[in-house]
Design a protein around this ligand. Structure first.
Ligand SMILES: [Zn+2]
Length: 187
């Protein structure tokens, strides 16, 4: 005998004592959501949890208060709209963006990023030029510009920023305040 849906559901999760999440032990779909079979169709386990314990889902989406897609604890679930569902995914994605030197495949060190931030803010150099200078893709510079990566940065001193650029020049004299000549190639 296969038992009722409730019985099958309750046999397939284990409570996680710290978070209170009910972790699904059945099969999963993409995105980490549990699934359970009802007749010949497979449905999302957290949807079933909501319907079994809290009520109809209707056209709504079932969202996780606990940010754990594998969780089927009805106490952690709430109804939301599709746009809330998308917003939740986007927010989660943002949380997962790596920070600092772990950001993507960045070849840049933190001090280089500080330089780039300074150049973006204080010079007329284009992202493309800065990207070429540091040997990275322009998208990387764009992300730094928008603060997507490397949100943390201690403001560099002008010396730190300009010293790599003065390499190869004859004299140590570097103008700090006029940014117009920064983009020029050394003669
Ligand atoms: Zn949970």
């Amino acid at each position: 005998m296969r038992g009722t849906l409730v019985e099958r559901f309750e046999a397939k999760y284990i409570p996680e004592p710290n978070s209170g999440c009910w972790l699904w032990e059945g099969s999963y779909v993409t995105g980490g959501y549990g699934q359970i079979r009802i007749g010949s169709t497979r449905v999302l386990a957290h949807h079933v949890a909501y319907q079994l314990f809290k009520g109809e889902v209707g056209e709504s989406k079932v969202l996780h208060n606990c940010d754990n897609p594998a969780c089927v604890n009805p106490g952690h679930l709430r109804l939301g709209t599709q746009s809330e569902n998308i917003k939740e995914s986007v927010d989660k994605g943002r949380k997962n963006i790596a920070r600092g030197e772990r950001c993507g495949s960045s070849k840049l060190t933190e001090s280089q990023v500080c330089e780039i931030k300074y150049l973006l803010a204080n010079t007329t150099l284009r992202q493309r030029d800065i990207a070429a200078k540091y040997g990275v893709h322009q998208v990387t510079i764009s992300k730094i510009d928008r603060g997507r990566c490397w949100g943390i940065c201690n403001a560099p001193t002008p010396q730190e920023v300009l010293s790599p650029m003065s390499a190869g020049r004859a004299g140590p004299a570097v103008k700090m305040t006029t940014s117009t000549n920064i983009g020029q190639k050394p003669l």
